[in-house]
Every structure is written in structure tokens, then in C-alpha cells.
Design a protein around this ligand. Structure first.
Ligand code: ZN
Length: 253
């Protein structure tokens, strides 16, 4: 069996001291690749370094935390993405966060910046990983308006009906390890076609047990739960979701 963790943050401080062990445990649990996403300039540099250190296993996706509005740093990240176009597998995560950002003006600014990230992904011909906390519907509306559908909606917390509309346009949704404790994620796993699903951990967060640090080795927990919900054999769910991830990110595996 082979699995791809479609979304994690291995540049996070939580992995500073034992990443070798974390990678080893992931490999022991059938994980053959992790797409690691950064959220700021420092994280982007760390993630690119990790992709060199664990070449062929960690693949970098460079993005921006939508709750941050540091224009200069954002521009530096954009330029870095342009320079590293051939090594990165996606732009993201980027998007909208209406959970932490409540102010109407700030939300408007988030939408404007989100459109700029979509433009960047389009101009570089890269897929886009989208964060949409408490803003699922709004993020999908922007994507539909922009007409960009090379999109992975990660840890989508909106209504399944909106996710279905996105999928009808060819977008993908990744089901996180927290599916074992989230009815909303279970509903997504049930309603969305397996042909459009990927699996993710979002390490170090969204662990199967809320208070624990998450790590890619836990991906098998999401696999088991999706297989159970869909009534499909685990190896079939593994094969389809892995192929989806390889095709979506163009992973050289
Ligand atoms: Zn994330």
C-alpha cells in the first residue's frame, strides 16, 4: 500500500527536534510522500530546505497565512515562488479565514489578495491549495468567478453542497485525520466521490486525538475512516487517493 499526505506543515517548530523520526515513522506506515506547505517567508525557506534534505519524499508547496497582511513579506514570498517554480509542486495554502478575521474591511482585503494568489498560480501553471476556514462558500465563489479549478480544498469546513459544486468543476478535496472526530468531515467523505478525494494530516494540527501533535504516520487513520464510510476496501481507497494526489501535484513518483 502507498499513501500520499497531501497537506502538512513539516517546517513547523513542533518538528524541529525529531523530524528524522517523524519521516521514518511515516514511511513505516506506507506514506511515500508528503506535500509540506509553508505560511510565511521563513517557513518557505525552511520548507525548500526540507525538500532538498528529504528529496523525493517531502515536496514543497509555498503559500501564505491569510490572517497575515504583511505586504512586503508577501511580495518576497511571491518572488521566491517564481524563482523556485521548478521545485515547488503547488501554490498554497492560501485563501480566506473568516474564523480569525471578522472585520469586513479585512475580509475584503483577504478576497483581493486571494485573487492575486490565484493569478500567480495560473500564470505559473501550478495547482492551488486553498485554506477556507469558516469561509468555504466564499472561497469557492471566488474560485468560480476566477475560473480556476486546479484546486485542492484542504480541511474544508463548509457545507458538503458547496464542496460538491467545486468538485463538479474538477476541484479536489482532502480529508484530514480529524475525520474520526468530525461529523462534518464524515459527511464530506460520504457525499463526495472518491475520484475527487485526497488524504491529508495537516500536521502538526488536526490529529485524530485533538490534544495530540499530528504527524504524517497518522494518515492511515484517515484512510481507514474514509474506507469505512465509503464501504470500500482500504487498499482501493489508498490506490485511488494516492493516484489523485500524484496527478494533482504532478509528483515525480
Ligand atoms: Zn494547513
Amino acid at each position: 500500500m502507498r499513501l500520499v499526505d497531501a497537506h502538512a506543515h513539516l517546517d513547523d517548530e513542533a518538528f524541529q527536534t525529531d523530524l528524522d523520526q517523524v519521516v521514518k515513522r511515516a514511511k513505516q506506515k506506507s506514506v511515500i510522500a508528503v506535500v509540506s506547505s509553508s505560511l510565511d517567508l521563513e517557513g518557505a525557506r525552511r520548507t525548500l530546505a526540507l525538500a532538498r534534505r528529504f528529496a523525493g519524499f517531502i515536496f514543497p508547496s509555498i503559500g501564505w497565512n491569510p490572517t497575515s497582511f504583511e505586504e512586503e513579506e508577501m511580495e518576497a514570498v511571491r518572488q521566491l515562488i517564481g524563482r523556485e517554480r521548478s521545485t515547488i509542486v503547488a501554490v498554497g495554502e492560501v485563501g480566506l479565514d473568516y474564523y480569525w478575521v471578522r472585520d469586513a474591511e479585512r475580509r475584503k482585503l483577504q478576497v483581493k489578495l486571494f485573487r492575486e494568489w490565484i493569478d500567480l498560480a495560473r500564470s505559473l501553471d501550478l495547482p492551488l491549495v486553498v485554506h477556507s476556514r469558516s469561509a468555504g462558500k466564499y472561497a469557492i465563489q471566488v474560485l468560480l468567478e476566477e475560473g480556476y479549478d486546479r484546486v485542492l480544498l484542504h480541511a474544508f469546513d463548509g457545507r458538503a453542497g458547496w464542496a460538491l459544486r467545486a468538485i463538479q468543476r474538477g476541484m479536489f478535496v482532502s480529508i484530514p485525520t480529524s475525520v474520526v472526530r468530525s461529523q462534518q468531515k464524515q459527511r464530506l467523505a460520504k457525499l463526495l466521490p472518491i475520484e475527487n478525494l485526497l488524504l491529508e494530516t495537516d500536521s502538526p494540527v488536526l490529529a485524530p486525538v485533538r490534544t495530540e501533535r499530528n504527524e504524517p504516520a497518522n494518515l492511515v487513520v484517515a484512510l481507514r475512516e474514509v474506507a469505512r464510510i465509503k464501504g470500500l476496501p482500504e487498499d482501493q481507497v489508498a490506490e485511488i487517493t494516492t493516484e489523485n494526489a500524484i496527478r494533482f501535484f504532478h509528483l515525480p513518483l
